[in-house]
Design a protein around this ligand. Structure first.
Ligand code: T1G
Length: 696
């Protein structure tokens, strides 16, 4: 709703309209009706000389109500662009008093005002591109007129926010308030009312041509790299380019058409699904449980993962005690961390002082005793159960009674580790993804006896360090890695059946994956999954098909990038995969030995065999309660495995294809390839009842 207050100042009366629609002051249909009514009243009121628009609470507005998209509400009048036009054509000065965040339609509303005042903590952004759409209420037409084409391209195609200082520097706002934001906005409005200059209206101004006419082509290339496969960034650029050749009305019409195209497309539906899925995943099962404060964290292991985890914590200002088994290992890990920070400083992602502050937060030691007072320990040692059990036993002795003990294991049984301690309710899994200081996903693995308070504490810590926590249950590989096993299995089978590594990886990259499974294996190290396969070998049923391709490659000492060769070969200092005829020959030998007649394989089959393997395993994971929601599985794959956001995650993708079609294909694979393709009962149930994974 809109609260209206008439503020009487010595130089006249101002109508202050406050957007009140918690939690984010989104501009849904009901809010738009209220705002339209209040605006018209203020404009008609002869006593009112100026109008100020502001937001209730901590933010101005989070933009249009995303939940209304693709529903009749989104076209319920007044439309957002009508309100913006009313603001802009008002005969009385209109001033936006931007308190905190102004995003999307919220910023577009402010752009419709004649003037903009913001508080020092304000930030401004047009993140529509991250939802697979574009600023659809004039943002692509007014922003270039206000701050220039180059700056508008950056803000609109990146979807990233800028702070108040940058907003002032760009000319996006007229002033940063030094005291009472609304009061200063009222004074500015009354000054303008007195002025003989007349209203400043952005839309009627010309657009300054960019200094470099090639700026649009450069933007298209950058967008193609950053948002590979997404349509929205290119449509944003087209709308901004349009401002150079059209007046506002034509530009707004073009923008409206392109917005409609995007908002009705599966890509935007997928990206909006991920937006809400991430927020659902971060909700605690039991909202009433209070997290415990975590002020000091121990990390055991200074290897790639331990170092990355320590950096994640230090980056959030949390003091860390980093323990290694000996000084040499500690020094090696410390050097890698310093080099990582130095690289960020070199790339100007971090300044020198911030780097030194963060490094100073990390105390290094080889003494368990130094972990005696930490609130949480995250173990990131070698992926071996005996090694981890010994560490947990030692921690159980030296750490304070209420400490939380977490393991970064990527697939081992948390319950076995808990049993190695006297505090099973305080044991949990925190599966980070490499590089841990970059990847946002954190699988929080709940043991059989892990307490709700410990889970709540890790969820809260995840938010603090900028991670997306997803609660998963204990099984081999939890959710992400458990699903990646059949996905990779099918990739290896496809090699024996006739596809080359480059074809398998190429098809999946064209599908949108950040990297194909074979190149991903080379990057992670083929020895990790090799060890897992050897561990499982004694229990692997002899009648089940098994590909020896990866084992043969490892037996040749080809472990991936770290040995300069794996499925591909790598030149010195390069991570670029180069197809290796020796591997092609090895694959043919494996196929011959397995009695497999090689054949031409289509990209479509590669996508079906790998994607539906993910979906079928995901359905089993849901049946077993290892994941709480199908959208959690989507979050895990988009945030942790490079799954294309414009496809929404494996389960959303299956819903988009249609579960009956997915099931029919899996049943065909079952007939052709045997029991590994037995359809998951949940998939059969949903497909036959006309439901989707997102209905769960
Ligand atoms: N519409 C509907 N619901 C929204 C929403 C929105 N714009 N923004 C947030 N929510 C819900 C969210 O799902 C959650 O719900 C609750 O509000 C709190 O959100 C025409 C077309 C504003 C920075 O992309 O970035 O304008 O889980 O947990 O951490 O050109 O929300 O409680 O049920 O994120 O304090 C463009 C999206 C829209 C901004 C606040 N705007 N939102 O962060 O809270 S399209 C955006 C955010 C548009 C125009 C176009 C963040 C936030 P629930 P939260 P937060």
């Amino acid at each position: 709703m809109i609260s209206k207050q008439i503020k009487i100042l010595p130089t006249g009366q101002v109508a202050i309209l406050t957007i009140q629609n918690p939690p984010v002051n989104s501009l849904g249909s009901a809010l738009r009706v209220a705002l339209g009514k209040a605006l018209n009243e203020a404009i008609a009121d002869p006593g009112v000389l100026a109008i100020v628009l502001t937001g209730a609470g901590k933010l101005f507005s989070g933009g249009a109500d995303i939940r209304e998209f693709n529903t009749p509400l989104t076209s319920q009048k007044p439309l957002l662009r009508d309100l913006i036009s009313t603001l802009e054509n008002s005969p009385k000065p209109t001033v936006a008093a931007i308190n905190g965040i102004a995003l999307g339609g919220g910023l577009e509303l402010a752009l419709g005002c004649h003037y903009r005042v913001a508080d020092a903590q304000a930030s401004f952004g047009l993140p529509e591109v991250k939802l697979g759409v574009l600023p659809g209420a004039g943002g692509t037409q007014r922003l270039p007129r206000l701050i220039g084409v180059e700056a508008a391209l950056d803000i609109i195609t990146s979807g990233d926010s800028i702070n108040a200082d940058d907003g002032l520097r760009y000319g996006l706002i007229d002033q940063i308030s030094v005291g009472d934001l609304v009061q200063e906005a009222c004074q500015l409005g009354l000054l303008a009312a007195d002025s003989t200059e007349g209203m400043r209206r952005l839309s009627r101004g010309p657009v300054a041509a960019p200094k470099d006419p090639g700026v649009f082509e450069v933007a298209r290339q950058q967008a193609g790299r950053r948002y590979r496969g997404c349509m929205a960034p290119l449509e944003c650029i087209a709308c901004i380019e349009k401002t150079l050749t059209s007046d506002l009305d034509e530009g707004l019409e073009f923008e409206r058409e392109r917005f409609q195209l995007l908002v009705n497309d599966d890509q935007s539906k997928a990206q909006r699904h991920v937006f809400f899925a991430e927020r659902a995943a971060m909700k605690l099962p039991d909202a009433d449980v209070q997290p415990r404060p975590i002020k000091h964290v121990g990390v055991v292991g200074a290897g790639t993962m331990g170092g990355g985890i320590a950096m994640s914590l230090a980056n959030a200002g949390i003091p860390v005690v980093l323990l290694e088994r000996d000084q040499a290992a500690l020094d090696r890990g410390w050097k890698v961390m310093k080099d990582n920070y130095a690289a960020s400083v070199k790339r100007k992602k971090l300044d020198q002082f911030a780097m030194e502050q963060r490094l100073a937060l990390i105390k290094r030691t080889v003494e368990y005793q130094d972990l005696a007072n930490v609130d949480l320990v995250i173990e990131a040692a070698f992926e071996d159960m005996d090694v981890k059990k010994e560490i947990f036993s030692n921690l159980d002795i030296v750490c304070k009674p209420e400490v939380i003990l977490a393991s970064n294991t990527s697939r081992l049984d948390i319950n076995v580790l808990a049993a190695a301690t006297s505090r099973r309710s305080h044991v949990i899994g925190t599966h980070f993804f490499s590089p841990a200081n970059v990847m946002r996903l954190l699988e929080v693995v709940q043991g059989a006896e892990t307490s709700p308070e410990v889970i709540a504490t890790l969820f809260n810590l995840a938010r603090v360090i900028g991670k997306i926590p997803v609660l998963v249950g204990v099984c081999d590989g939890f959710v992400g890695n458990r699903m990646v096993s059949p996905y990779t299995r099918e990739a290896h089978f496809l090699l024996e059946e006739g596809a080359s590594p480059a074809q398998v990886d190429g098809a999946l990259r064209r599908f949108g994956m950040a990297m194909g499974p074979l190149q991903m294996g080379d990057m992670a190290g083929l020895d990790i999954s090799w060890a897992a396969r050897k561990r499982m070998a004694p229990t692997r049923p002899a009648h089940i098909r098994y590909s020896s391709v990866a084992d043969r490659i490892c037996e040749m000492g080809r472990l991936g990038q770290k040995t300069k060769n794996g499925f591909y070969r790598y030149e010195e200092g390069s991570r670029n995969p180069i197809p290796d005829p020796m591997i092609d020959e090895l694959i043919k030998e494996c196929a011959l030995a397995a009695g497999i007649q090689r054949r031409e394989i289509s990209d479509a089959e590669i996508i079906q065999r790998t994607m539906y393997a993910l979906v079928n395993e995901g359905a089993r994971i849901l049946e077993e309660g290892i994941a709480q929601r199908s959208s959690d599985i989507d979050v895990i794959y988009v945030a942790g495995y490079g799954f294309p956001i414009f496809r929404g995650g494996p389960m959303f993708y299956a819903d988009t294809v249609g579960l009956p079609e997915v099931l029919a294909t899996i049943e065909r694979f079952h007939a052709e390839h045997g029991e590994l393709w037995t359809p998951a009962p949940l998939l059969k149930e949903l497909a036959s009842s006309g439901r989707k994974f997102s209905d769960l």
